[in-house]
Design a protein around this ligand. Structure first.
Ligand code: NDP
Length: 327
C-alpha cells in the first residue's frame, strides 16, 4: 500500500522536497494510524523546508508539524477508529514523519480529538499558529488581564498567530491594536476585530528602556527590538506574551519594565505543552473562535504547493493561515 507524501531529503547540506508514493511499511511505529485530511504551513514549517531553522533532525522525513484526519486503526485507550483527531508539533517533522502525507502513524499521546464544532479543515486552519494564539490568550487571562485593563497589542498581525489572536481577543471584548508592516491590509485586520492598526516600524528600531505606558497586554510573535519596545511601553502590572521570532531571536531590553512597572514577560511554547494545556486551549478555541473570521484568514492549497508557500511565508508575503489539502 502506498500513499502520496511530500518527502524531504538532504544531500551535501542541500535540503530538497518531492511529492512521491510513500510505502505504508516505511511509516514509523505508533499506536494510532490516521488517514490525514489536511495539514498546514506554519512559520516553523517554512523554516524547516528552507533549512533556515534546524527542525528536521533526520532524513528522509515527511515534514509538516500539524495534521488532522480520521483514525483508521488504534490500540491507544480513548482513541477509536473513526475519531476526528488533530496533532500539533511534538516530534512531528523533527524525528517523526509529519503531516504532509495522506497517512500518518503516531503516538496516541500526541492526539487531541477535534472538538465540536470544528471540522478537520477548521482544525488545520487553526493549526499550531492558532493554538499558540490561544495559549497567549490563556496566559493573559492567567496574568489577570481583563478587557477593562486597557489595549492589547498584537504584533505580526497579518501572520497566522497574529490573525487568530486578533479574532479571539476582540471577540472576548478586548480593544486590540494590530501592529503590521502591511498597512495596506488594514481592512482585513479591522474585519478580524482590530480597533486600531499601527505601522510595525514604530516598534522595530532600538527604543528607550521605558516609554509612555500604552499596553495592558501583548501577543508578540516578532521578538527582537519589537518585543523590547512593547515591554518598554507596557502599563503597570501588564502582561506580555512572547511566542515568536519573526524579526529576530534577540531581546535587546533592560530589566526596567520588570522592576519599575511590575511587567510580566510570559513565555509561550506550543511544542512540548502538556496534554491538559492543549485540551484546554482546544476547548477554548471551540468556545471562543468565530468560524466566519477563521474562514476569512484561510487559503487552501495542495501538497505540491507547499514548497512555494513556505518560501513566501519567509518573505512575509502570506496572510493568515494556509491549509494543505493532502488529498
Ligand atoms: P507567519 O509567517 O504567519 O507570521 C509572521 C508575521 O510576522 C508576518 O506575517 C509579519 O506580519 C511579521 N513579520 C515578518 N517578518 C518580520 C520582521 N522582519 N519584522 C517584524 N515583523 C515581521 O508566522 P506564524 O504566525 O506561523 O508564527 C509567528 C512566529 O511565532 C514565528 O516566529 C513562529 O516561529 C512563532 N511560533 C512559535 C510558537 C511557539 O510554540 N512558541 C508556535 C507558533 C509560532 P505583518 O506583515 O503583519 O507585519
Amino acid at each position: 500500500m502506498t500513499f502520496k507524501a511530500l518527502v524531504a531529503t538532504r544531500e551535501n547540506e542541500a535540503l530538497s522536497t518531492k511529492v512521491t508514493d510513500f510505502d505504508d511499511a516505511d511509516l514509523m511505529p505508533g499506536d494510532v494510524t490516521v488517514s490525514v485530511d489536511y495539514s498546514t504551513v506554519n512559520y516553523k514549517d517554512a523554516g524547516a523546508l528552507s533549512g533556515r531553522i534546524d527542525v528536521i533532525k533526520q532524513f528522509p522525513l515527511i515534514p509538516g508539524i500539524d495534521l488532522a484526519g480520521t483514525v483508521e486503526a488504534s490500540s491507544y485507550p480513548g482513541i477509536a477508529v473513526g475519531d476526528k483527531v488533530v496533532a500539533n508539533s511534538w516530534g512531528l517533522s523533527q524525528t517523526h514523519h509529519g503531516g504532509y502525507a495522506q497517512k500518518a502513524r503516531l503516538s496516541g499521546e500526541w492526539l487531541v480529538k477535534v472538538p465540536k464544532p470544528f471540522s478537520t479543515k477548521d482544525a488545520m486552519a487553526i493549526g499550531t499558529a492558532g493554538y499558540t494564539a490561544m495559549l497567549c490568550v490563556l496566559a493573559l487571562e492567567h496574568g489577570g488581564i481583563t478587557p477593562d485593563r486597557g489595549d492589547i497589542i498584537v504584533t505580526g498581525a497579518n501572520g497566522g498567530v497574529g490573525s487568530i489572536a486578533i479574532a479571539l481577543l476582540s471577540d472576548l471584548g478586548y480593544r486590540v491594536v494590530a501592529s503590521t508592516g502591511r498597512l495596506e491590509e488594514a481592512d482585513y485586520l479591522r474585519e478580524l476585530g482590530a480597533a486600531e492598526v499601527i505601522d510595525r516600524h514604530t516598534l522595530s528600531e532600538p527604543g528607550k528602556p521605558v516609554a509612555s505606558e500604552r499596553w495592558a497586554g501583548a501577543v508578540d510573535s516578532v521578538g527582537s527590538h519589537t518585543l523590547a519596545n512593547v515591554l518598554a511601553q507596557t502599563r503597570y502590572r501588564g502582561v506580555v506574551t512572547a511566542c515568536g521570532l519573526a524579526q529576530g531571536l534577540d531581546l535587546p531590553a533592560t530589566v526596567l519594565p520588570f522592576i519599575l512597572r511590575n511587567v510580566t514577560l510570559a513565555g509561550i511554547d506550543s511544542v512540548n505543552a502538556p496534554q491538559e494545556v492543549r485540551m484546554k486551549a482546544w476547548s477554548r478555541l471551540a468556545r471562543d473562535l468565530d468560524l466566519s473570521k477563521l474562514a476569512r484568514t484561510t487559503t487552501v492549497v495542495g501538497l505540491a504547493d507547499v514548497p512555494d508557500i513556505a518560501r513566501r511565508v519567509l518573505e512575509g508575503k502570506i496572510q493568515g493561515r494556509t491549509v494543505v489539502d493532502v488529498n
